[in-house]
Design a protein around this ligand. Structure first.
Ligand SMILES: *Cc1c(COP(=O)(O)O)cnc(C)c1O
Length: 435
């Protein structure tokens, strides 16, 4: 469900015409809908209301400060994976006691920053990290609350590159080592081991892997408590998927479980465990809340393929190039009956010099004109955050719409700003050509 809708043949973000935004700031750009973010967040909040639960939005899905602030205002916590994300979460007004810190490579500097901010807890992913947190907490005169991230060795049935809960991935502590690490934590100074954490992957569109992982987690929780560990927090990670096809294309098979289905499973598995539940949804909150708007540069037809070359590329939206991911793409103006030409099959590609630089393959569309606008849907998660300036392109600006108002929350940089990030090594000749 989202608030990007056609009105009189024109795409709107809530009450703002996309064409108006394109005219104001040029393309490509990201457009987020605050109402969609609130809607997605509230679905979770409502579904979990009978449980003692905190929703820690996974900042890495979309770290835009306005997006974070909309969610902070709803009462969201944050799941962070770096000091940069900690700073963003705090800057957006997310309460430190609702921030959890995940990731296998937390550095000493990052751990100290999180200790000083007094976050809810660290999701610890190795014995070495646990020892370091203990040392740093002692040095900072703090007690670090930690949850142990265990790897349940479950195949999430998703894309291999976003599977995290299999034993051979780099994430979490091996299931068979869980008891030993809790024992180690109990003996370390300045550590309170108060939680158990899992995260099995992303874009999971079936409840079965969650059920399998929750079954194992429940058994482990009971076992650990028997051994005297006081575990009050259960962090179940994120990973719930979204439908990337548009509604008409969606089939029975592409039906993704709803937050209600997911919450019912959590209640069934853990409702009687007396734990405070944390979940870390990212994609399912931000995914539908963003589109990428691009315009056609030109078309190019060859014997083998037809191409629509647009001004967005893998530098704006990497998912197709990285995962072969599908995004629904549609013109901003739905063609009227009179100008409806014959449809052809097109690959929608960007200008970047990589064959993997495509946004959509084999799309049936009427031949567009240069300057025509297209929207790439469900680009709110893992879109702008994965952007780069490869090919010395300027990163796409980000706009947020809320009802009838909109704001440019991240402007397009200038070429001067792009070049000013670097200096020429001092021993090299000074460029003589005037700018
Ligand atoms: C990426 C990530 C999430 C969010 O995953 P989604 O699929 O976007 O819900 C949650 N927790 C951890 C530890 C992550 O790495």
């Amino acid at each position: 469900m989202h608030y990007f809708t056609q009105k009189n043949g024109q795409l709107f973000a809530e009450q703002v015409a996309i064409a108006t935004l394109a005219q104001a700031i040029g393309t490509p750009f990201y457009c987020y809908s605050a109402a969609t973010l609130r809607h997605s967040y509230r679905l979770f909040a409502k579904a979990l209301q009978s449980l003692d639960a905190t929703i820690c939005y996974s900042v890495k899905a979309n770290a835009n400060l306005s997006v974070l602030t909309v969610l902070a205002t709803e009462g969201a916590g944050a799941d962070i994976v770096s000091e940069g994300e900690l700073r963003r979460a705090l800057a957006a007004g997310i309460a430190p006691e609702k921030i959890v810190f995940s990731g296998i490579g937390k550095t000493a500097t990052e751990i100290i920053a999180a200790l000083q901010a007094d976050i809810a807890f660290f999701n610890v992913e190795s014995a070495a990290e646990l020892v370091l947190i203990s040392q740093l907490a002692e040095q900072e005169n703090k007690t670090a609350r930690i949850a142990v991230r265990v790897n349940p060795d479950i195949d999430a049935g998703t894309h291999a590159k976003i599977t995290t809960g299999k034993a051979e991935t780099k994430f979490g502590i091996a299931w068979e080592d869980a008891e030993a690490i809790f024992a180690q934590a109990a003996a370390l100074p300045n550590i309170t081991a108060c939680g158990l954490d899992i995260h099995i992957g992303s874009q999971i569109t079936d409840l079965a892997p969650f059920r399998a992982a929750f079954d194992k987690t429940r058994a482990l929780l009971i076992q650990l408590r028997k051994q005297g560990h006081k575990i009050d927090y259960l962090d179940l990670g994120g990973g719930l998927g979204v439908a990337y096809e548009n509604a008409e294309q969606a089939t029975e098979a592409s039906h993704t479980p709803t937050p209600q289905d997911y919450a019912a499973l959590i209640a069934e598995q853990f409702g009687d465990m007396g734990c405070h539940i944390f979940i870390e949804p990212g994609r399912v909150i931000a995914g539908h809340a963003g589109i990428l708007v691009t315009s056609v540069i030109r078309t190019k037809k060859s014997k083998a393929r037809n191409f629509i070359i647009v001004d967005a590329a893998m530098t704006e939206l990497l998912r197709p190039a990285l995962y072969g991911a599908y995004h629904h793409i549609a013109p901003i103006n739905s063609p009227t009956k009179t100008d409806k030409g014959a449809e052809l099959v097109w690959d929608i590609v960007g200008p970047v010099c990589e064959t993997s630089d495509f946004l959509g393959l084999d799309r049936r569309l009427i031949e567009p004109q240069a300057g025509d606008l297209f929207a790439i849907f469900t680009a709110g998660a893992y879109g702008a955050v994965l952007g780069s300036d490869y090919n010395s392109r300027l990163r796409a600006p980000e706009i947020i719409v809320d009802g009838a108002q909109y704001a440019l929350t991240r402007p397009r940089p200038t070429y001067d700003a792009l070049l000013a990030q670097e200096t020429i090594a001092h021993w090299l000749p000074k460029p003589t050509r005037k700018k």
